[in-house]
Structure formats: structure tokens, C-alpha cells
Design a protein around this ligand. Structure first.
Ligand code: ADP
Ligand code: TZP
Ligand code: MG
Length: 286
């Protein structure tokens, strides 16, 4: 091996080791502090989202009545807003909670589920993006559609019909315009602040066959950002990688999507320092 190749490998190893330690540090912080994560989310995802947050050590609360926002949102450590089953009744709560979180300097995270499915969803999301989300996490089709503010008529609803790499430029542009960290999930998750791009490469394809895994990882990001609000780029990258790692290890015991769902929750609960430090795959792309 040449000196240069050796130095590059050492640098890559050093960076991988640093991300492994960082992911463990933030998971430990979530376990120690049990951040209260307010979730205004779709009916499909409520159970998985709450269980993923609990398994990671956070404290979920599905609180969505407009009449509770002023009392509750400023006391939560972070807020997760998910438009998966959007209705006229819930949109004012989402707006009020996002504004309350921003006012009380609490991080809040947006999941623009199926944003291109209707004019109603797109307008709602654009309005929410204007309320300064800390992070926006979507699948590639959602991030591309939201960035161009366009309705894609061959949309597949909540599932993506693009690869995550296809959405990196859109993600950068959305991050620059919104001031949010933007995360695109997929075989490789890409996370950007509009300048730097980080890749998180844990996960298994079977995770796409379980409804609400995307919603659940967005809530996990909310928990990680709650304990590391000053560096949402790193917190988001670590949350995505840890969730993917739970998927990888869970898949070793699973027979299909239903048992994988259970094993993801169990694995997340039991992750050890050694496993996280040695298996997290995060790298700076640019
Ligand atoms: N092909 C894949 N290989 C590995 N992990 C994947 C793959 N597709 C999605 N994931 C993971 O599954 C989770 C949900 O992502 P995704 O399916 O893109 O979101 P959504 O459910 O919102 O469409 C993420 O943690 C992501 O990293
Ligand atoms: C099936 C479905 N329909 C409305 S919301 C929802 C869940 C979407 O979950 P995810 O975005 O994590 O796949
Ligand atoms: Mg989704």
C-alpha cells in the first residue's frame, strides 16, 4: 500500500470511528435524559412511532388538540409534525405547535408524507416549511416534489419512486431555502445543511415493507435533535444510522416484515456501545 493510500485509509477509519462514538454518545444521552417528544402524526404511524421512541429511551406524547398546544408544546423537548393523514381539523394544530416550538426555541421536525398527492398537502407543507423546521425528513420523491413545489401526477402516494441519490441536489436546495437540515431516506440516507452532505448507510430493504418506518425514524430524529440541538446535522445522521442498524440486526432474526417490525423495536432497546461503535456507517460525502 502506498503512503497516500495508507493515510487515506487511516483518515477514513478515524472518521468512521468518530461517527461511531458520536452515535453512541447521542443514543446514551437520549437514554439518560428521556426527552419528551410531542408527536402530531398520522393514525397509521402512532403505535410504531411511540414504540420506537420508547425503545430508544425517549418519552413520546401524541398530543394534537389545538386546545393543548399552548400548554404542552413549550414543555416538550422537541416536536414531530407528520402530515400523513392530514385533515382540515388537524392542520391548525400543526401550525400552532410548529410556531410554539419555534417561539420557545424547541427543535421541530417535519415529515412531508405524500406531499405531492394533493394541492392541500402541498400548500400545507409549504406553509409549515415557512415556520422554520429544524429538520425536514422525507423519502426521495417527497423531497423532490416539496423542493419544486410540484404535484407529481404519477405519484405513488406515500412510497417513493425515486432513489435517494436522485434527491440529493433537491435536498441541498431545500436546505438552503428553508434553513432546515434536510434528510432523504433510502438505501443510503443523505443528510444536508445545504453545503455539507453526509451519508448514512445502515438499513435493509425490507424496512420499506413495514408501514410507518419512515414516520418512526423522523420521530427518532426529533429525539436525537432534542438532546443535541446545536448540531442537528450530526444528530439527524446518527438517528438515521442507528435506526438502520436496528433494521440490519433485526433482519438477522426476522422472517418477514411483521417480525422485522418487532425485532427493530427489541434491537433498538438493547443496542450496546460495541455494536453501535463498530457498525454505524456514516461518512461525509462532500
Ligand atoms: N433500500 C433500502 N435499504 C436499506 N434501508 C432502507 C432502504 N429503503 C429504506 N430504508 C430505510 O427505511 C427507513 C424508511 O425509509 P423510507 O422507506 O425511505 O421512508 P418512507 O417510509 O417515508 O417512504 C429509513 O430508515 C431508511 O433508511
Ligand atoms: C400508509 C399511510 N397512509 C397515510 S400515512 C401512511 C403511513 C406512511 O408511513 P411511511 O411514510 O413511514 O411509509
Ligand atoms: Mg414517509
Amino acid at each position: 500500500m502506498s503512503d497516500m493510500a495508507g493515510a487515506e485509509e487511516a483518515a477514513a477509519d478515524g472518521s468512521a470511528a468518530r461517527w461511531g462514538r458520536r452515535a453512541w454518545e447521542l443514543l446514551e444521552r437520549v437514554r439518560a435524559r428521556a426527552p419528551l417528544v410531542q408527536c402530531i402524526t398520522n393514525f397509521v404511524s402512532m403505535d410504531l412511532m411511540a414504540n420506537v421512541l420508547l425503545a430508544a429511551g425517549a418519552s413520546p406524547a401524541m398530543v394534537h388538540s389545538l386546545r393543548e398546544i399552548d400548554d404542552f408544546t413549550p414543555r416538550a423537548d422537541s416536536l414531530c409534525v407528520n402530515i400523513g393523514t392530514l385533515s382540515d381539523g388537524w392542520l391548525p394544530s400543526m401550525r400552532a405547535a410548529a410556531a410554539a416550538a419555534a417561539r420557545s426555541s424547541r427543535p421541530w421536525i417535519l415529515d412531508p408524507v405524500a406531499v405531492s398527492a394533493s394541492e392541500f398537502r402541498m400548500e400545507a407543507c409549504l406553509g409549515l416549511v415557512a415556520l422554520w423546521p429544524t429538520v425536514i425528513r422525507g423519502n426521495p420523491s417527497e423531497i423532490i416534489a416539496l423542493t419544486s413545489a410540484c404535484r407529481v401526477h404519477d405519484s405513488k402516494g406515500v412510497d417513493s419512486f425515486h432513489e435517494s441519490l436522485d434527491a440529493v441536489e433537491s435536498a441541498k436546495s431545500l436546505a438552503q431555502r428553508s434553513g432546515a437540515i434536510v434528510a432523504v431516506s433510502g438505501a443510503t440516507d443523505f443528510i444536508t445543511d445545504g453545503q455539507q452532505v453526509v451519508a448514512a448507510q445502515n438499513g435493509v430493504a425490507m424496512m420499506q415493507k413495514i408501514t410507518a418506518t419512515g414516520c418512526a425514524v423522523t420521530a427518532l430524529i426529533a429525539a436525537f435533535v432534542a438532546v443535541e440541538p446545536s448540531n442537528p446535522l450530526e444528530a439527524t445522521s446518527c438517528a438515521l444510522s442507528i435506526f438502520g442498524l436496528a433494521g440490519e440486526l433485526g433482519m438477522e432474526m426476522a422472517n418477514g416484515p411483521a417480525s422485522l417490525r418487532v425485532h427493530i423495536i427489541d434491537t433498538l432497546h438493547g443496542l450496546s456501545e460495541y455494536t453501535v461503535a463498530s457498525r454505524v456507517k456514516i461518512s461525509l460525502v462532500s
